[in-house]
Design a protein around this ligand. Structure first.
Ligand code: BGC
Length: 969
């Protein structure tokens, strides 16, 4: 694998480019993002760690993602002088981001002001395998210095956003080699706990905890010798009250359970390898494009929430403060298509966020005097509108009225569009019934109340809006908005018909809730037939809004060269009066509904609007879309220029604003421009088909798409010798039939899967251990996870002698205590997600068994109230040999009358996963990769897990195995 096309390299430090480079080197894992600031700091730097959903109240923009306490600080002091790139001399420097591994590293040879030379190698990652874990390793090698080096490892809770501080520190502490911090947002009451450990390769050297309040710090020292390397490892955990009632305890607890830095890194790298297998795009013949595409995909993947469906991706991902972490149409229209066709679970998370924020959208509609749900132009935690109304002008400081929150309405339809396409591409009927239909229909209700009937011209109109081209405000009948609303209402009618046939209960529920009367449905049909849309019947040219063609025309070439947007040059009012587009509007509409657009219409509108668009300094959302349409019109060279504008927006800071954060929509658009543009992918009823338009120089383009649970691989080639447009396309090859389709039964482990009896076991063992005078801790209990009772007892006893009689007695006592304790159990002790999944399995006709080594399993499932949901029980009395022997699961399969390969096992213990694999079954591991990584599929919880997703995941994993086997052959 060549590293050039996977590695972003910076060979020189340019202090004037500190902020854009911090953005470029952002890391993340779908839970948090951390800008690429230096561990030791730099004057004027802008370190930031943002966590999805952690908003705090602020003036003007209402709420913003809080800049969390900084976990990076690691300061090295050489003979009293702090290692810093702003002092002493830098003799060698290289920083690199390895996209394949998700690893940021830096090599510096530094000469201190007093002339000591030291080599530093830093590396850092934000774990993709375990979302609450981050780590830094620093290797210090003295070149010529003999003497003491001091290390200070800390958190800094002083981080702010434009002077606004978001955190009140509640508490902090540290001992031995660990420290921790507890903080709470100043207004929204989100609590955060962070913990860290510091390890030094010098062994057990003393460490002191100190630091002022808000800066917990651990310091230590070691002796440097020329040629010797000392390694420091800072491993950090973080939780917020969004995931835990006691985030500080959760962070501390997880920290104690973590394996070595090397194991954490290995799990992280393995997780990335898996992800790239699905998402990578290979471009041959253009190294720059190859790297840029991977870079943009990397930044999307680190921003996409993996386990949370109440958050979404902001326009600057989790890498910058601009737009306050609010959610725009950028996500649904630009980013979601990439995820829908490569990581549908993640796309679904983002769309479910829109479901959860429907209440805010309802409030917005109601406050504005309409029915249904009207999505916020800018949305945050609740879905209420959080677009600022007035903002100070950068130029004059005067307050400028922002109208988008009031009248940029197309967002409502953009969400519906993404829902529809997700459903089409995945066939996820379950989600559509439960969530998607409500979004699509309730937003349709809004449009029904928003359109106006114009009796004179005998048509419906939508007046006083802003279209995607924000250079023009308060316009009537914006083509994009009207065209998309027409699509929306048509689609709502067909979805409604589908739902009535598919799920009459859900249909009547929605019929009542949304008052879907025959009259309302008839009105939707009328609107679709009579919504104003101005298009020249001969040329196909569409007017962007009423009166656009009457505005003053401008030759943009006359303003070149320029370094600012046309709006910045002419001012808001003047631009409003001219035919200058900030971003595609009519063309955007033609792109989204491209399947019904004829070539002449596309050509006429391209010819008219492209030259009137501010490609370089208007919106960064535009170039990728122009690239795609350029391909469609057989203009590969022109398309490539637009493509590169999008590709390099952050890597080369082509707009001069990369410092503000990653351009997420541009990155998502870039994926679309490769796949739909150069790859020419169209989605037909039979799946994706290709009609490539490779740009000059590209000899090969390869990628995979997932469509309705099936992967399709595309391999497109172009002759490099003749330079001809002779493109070879390998037809989509669906993978071999899916083994998971045969799965007919699911066997659940009990503890840690259906319920968590860990607390009860712990208390039982603790009582016994106390009586026996044996020290016993929660950590010791954790180490016994999955072990049968006897092995657990032997583990506790260690090398303390005990006769068989005593062993039996102790086992019996512990069991008595435990049985007493579990009498307290109720159905509330079922773990999140279990009951809906069991019900879904029942409904789908899948057999369900329990496969637990517990001898009390029967009692526990009775207390949990799920006896009726199980077809068979295999427990501690069923077989002789415990897990990891396959016997228990094989017995369960027998009871279900199924063959092993027809069974899926859900397990939380390594031994259980091993047993499932040994039985020849499909294994789903619950918990960290370090523990259950051998399973075919690893999940953190069953919450929000649907049966069809589990099947899809196993399918995927089966395909990966197939691919690996193919490679081996
Ligand atoms: C664009 C919008 C976009 C927003 C956030 C604006 O400049 O005009 O289309 O949603 O930025 O990226």
């Amino acid at each position: 694998m060549d590293s050039i096309s996977w590695t972003v390299i910076e060979t020189q430090l340019d202090a004037t480019r500190l902020h854009p480079q911090e953005t470029v080197f952002t890391l993340g894992n779908g839970y948090l993002g951390t800008r690429g600031s230096f561990e030791e700091g730099y004057p004027g730097d802008c370190p930031a760690t943002l966590i999805h959903g952690v908003y705090n109240d602020v003036p003007i923009t209402h709420t913003e993602l809080a800049n969390c306490p900084d976990w990076l600080p690691l300061v090295i002091i050489v003979a009293g002088e702090k290692f810093s790139l702003s002092q002493g001399r830098i003799l060698a420097y290289q920083r690199q981001l390895d996209l394949r591994l998700g690893l940021l590293s830096r090599d510096v040879r530094w000469c201190s002001p007093s002339g000591h030379t030291i080599d530093f190698h830093f590396e850092r990652f934000v774990s993709l395998a375990s979302q609450h874990v981050m780590a830094i390793r620093c290797q210090v090698t003295s070149v010529d210095f003999v003497g003491e080096i001091e290390v200070q490892s800390s958190f800094n809770s002083d981080r702010h956003i434009r002077g606004v501080k978001h955190w009140n520190v509640l508490n902090q502490g540290g001992s031995n080699n660990t420290f921790w911090l507890q903080a709470e947002t100043t207004h929204s009451g989100v609590e955060l706990g962070m913990a860290a450990r510091l390890l030094c390769s010098e062994g057990d050297i003393p460490m002191q905890f100190q630091g002022t309040f808000g800066h917990p710090t651990l310091t230590t020292t070691f002796q440097a010798q020329p040629g010797q390397t000392v390694t420091l490892e800072k491993v950090v955990t973080v939780f917020t009250s969004r995931e835990s009632d006691t985030p500080t305890e959760a962070a501390q607890k997880l920290l104690t359970e973590l394996p070595t830095y090397a194991s954490l890194l290995a799990a992280h790298v393995a997780a990335w390898a898996n992800l790239w297998q699905d998402c990578d795009i290979i471009i041959e013949g253009d190294v720059k494009a190859q790297l840029a595409v991977r870079y943009n995909l990397f930044q999307l993947l680190v921003a996409a929430p993996r386990y949370d469906d109440r958050v979404s991706i902001p326009p600057k991902t989790l890498s910058g403060f601009v737009y306050s972490g609010h959610i725009f149409w950028d996500t649904e229209i630009f980013v979601v298509p990439f995820l829908t066709l490569t990581q549908p679970d993640l796309a679904r998370n983002l769309l479910t966020y829109r479901y959860h924020t429907l209440p805010g959208a309802r409030r917005k509609a109601q406050e504005a005097g309409y029915e249904g749900a009207m999505y916020a132009w800018e949305s945050a935690g609740t879905g209420d509108e959080v677009t600022p109304r007035w903002v100070p002008s950068v130029k004059s400081g005067e307050m400028v009225r922002i109208w988008c929150g009031d009248i940029e309405l197309h967002i409502t339809t953009d969400v519906a569009y993404a829902v529809w396409h997700y459903w089409q591409a995945t066939g996820d009927d379950h989600w559509m019934r439960r969530y998607g239909t409500e979004i699509l229909l309730e937003t349709a209700v809004f449009w029904g109340s928003r359109v106006e009937w114009n009796a004179d011209s005998h048509c419906y109109e939508i007046n006083d809006v802003i279209g995607p081209d924000e250079n023009h405000e308060h316009v009537n009948n914006n083509a994009f908005t009207n065209g998309m609303v027409q699509w929306h209402l048509q689609t709502a009618l067909s979805v409604w018909n589908w739902l009535q046939q598919e799920d009459s209960d859900r249909a009547s529920e929605l019929q009542q809730a949304l008052n879907l009367t025959p009259e309302r449905l008839q009105q939707w049909a009328n609107i679709t037939g009579h919504l104003k849309f101005s298009q020249d019947p001969d040329t196909g040219l569409i007017e962007q809004f009423d009166g656009f063609f009457q505005l003053e025309d401008v030759n943009l070439a006359e303003y070149e060269p320029r370094t600012k947007s046309m709006q910045a040059i002419l001012g808001i009012e003047e631009t409003n009066q001219r035919q200058i587009l900030k971003q595609p509007d009519v063309l955007m509409f033609l792109y989204l509904l491209r399947q019904g657009v004829d070539r002449q219409t596309l050509q006429s509108n391209w010819d008219y609007y492209t030259q009137r668009t501010d490609h370089n300094y208007g919106s960064s959302l535009g170039p990728a879309i122009h690239a795609i349409l350029g391909c469609e019109l057989d203009k590969p060279a022109e398309a490539y220029t637009h493509f590169m504008r999008a590709a390099m927006v952050d890597l080369e800071d082509v707009r001069g604003n990369a410092g503000e954060g990653i351009h997420a929509a541009s990155a998502g658009g870039l994926w679309q421009s490769v796949v739909f543009g150069f790859g020419g992918i169209q989605i037909s009823n039979e799946g994706p088909i290709a009609n490539p338009h490779l740009p000059p120089g590209w000899t090969r383009l390869q990628f995979r798409l997932q469509w309705r649970n099936q992967w399709y691989e595309f391999d497109m080639q172009q002759s490099a010798i003749t330079g001809q447009q002779s493109v070879m396309v390998s037809t989509p090859t669906p993978h071999t039939p899916i083994p998971s389709a045969k799965i007919q039964g699911v066997i659940f482990d009990l503890d840690g899967v259906l319920t968590d009896t860990a607390d009860f076991h712990y208390l039982g063992w603790k009582q016994l251990a106390d009586e026996e005078g044996i020290p016993f801790s929660w950590e010791a209990n954790e180490a016994m996870r999955g072990l049968p009772r006897r092995d657990s007892l032997l583990h506790i006893l260690g090398n303390r002698p005990a006769t068989e009689e005593q062993i039996q007695d102790m086992m019996e006592r512990k069991n008595r205590y435990y049985l007493e304790l579990i009498k307290e159990m109720t159905p509330a002790n079922l773990l999140p997600g279990v009951l809906p999944l069991l019900k879904e399995l029942r409904a789908a006709g899948i057999k369900v068994a329990l496969g637990s080594s517990s001898k009390n399993a029967d009692l526990v499932i009775r207390r949990l109230g799920i006896v009726d949901q199980l077809d068979a029980i295999a427990d501690g009395y069923s077989v002789e040999r415990p897990k990891p022997a396959p016997d228990l699961f094989l017995h369960a399969a027998d009871l279900l009358h199924l063959a092993p390969e027809q069974c899926m096992v859900v397990e939380d213990a390594g031994a259980g996963v091993e047993a499932a694999l040994a039985a020849g079954m499909w294994a789903v591991g619950l918990g960290p990769v370090e523990r259950v990584g051998e399973a075919h599929v690893v999940l953190s919880t069953l919450e929000g897990v649907y049966w069809r997703d589990l099947l899809a995941k196993v399918t995927q994993s089966a395909q990966h195995l197939g691919i690996r086997q193919q490679i081996k052959v």
